[in-house]
Design a protein around this ligand. Structure first.
Ligand code: SF4
Length: 101
């Protein structure tokens, strides 16, 4: 839904990541629009939409999706995933967010 910018330019997808584990870019080196449209965020969105939140470090322990979001997109995940991948692809190579441990 949004991006969070830290003092050092690191950019995350949410306000909860004080540990900077879910970094999708750095505004000191990239334009915000490039981060927003970038592969790292897209990979994260794809992993979440595919139901892999439990395999993403930090996200796997986060309760925000259950307590902070009014919108539940689970019923629309397949449609959103299809639109994202049709528009921008699903990203090259294996999804770097998915922890295969
Ligand atoms: S699951 Fe939690 S930590 Fe991960 S992106 Fe969503 S709000 Fe942030």
């Amino acid at each position: 839904m949004y991006l969070q910018f830290n003092w050092d330019g690191t950019t995350g997808p949410c306000t909860l990541d004080w540990a900077k584990k879910v970094v999708v870019g750095n505004v000191k080196h990239e334009a915000v629009s490039d981060i927003w449209k970038g592969e790292r965020l897209r990979h994260l969105q794809v992993a979440q939409l595919q139901g892999h939140r439990d395999k993403i470090d930090f996200c796997n322990d986060c309760s925000a999706p259950m307590v902070c979001c009014k919108d539940d997109l689970d019923d629309h995940a397949e449609t959103i995933l299809e639109r994202i991948t049709n528009l921008r692809g699903s990203g090259d190579g294996p999804n770097p967010w998915i922890n295969s441990k």
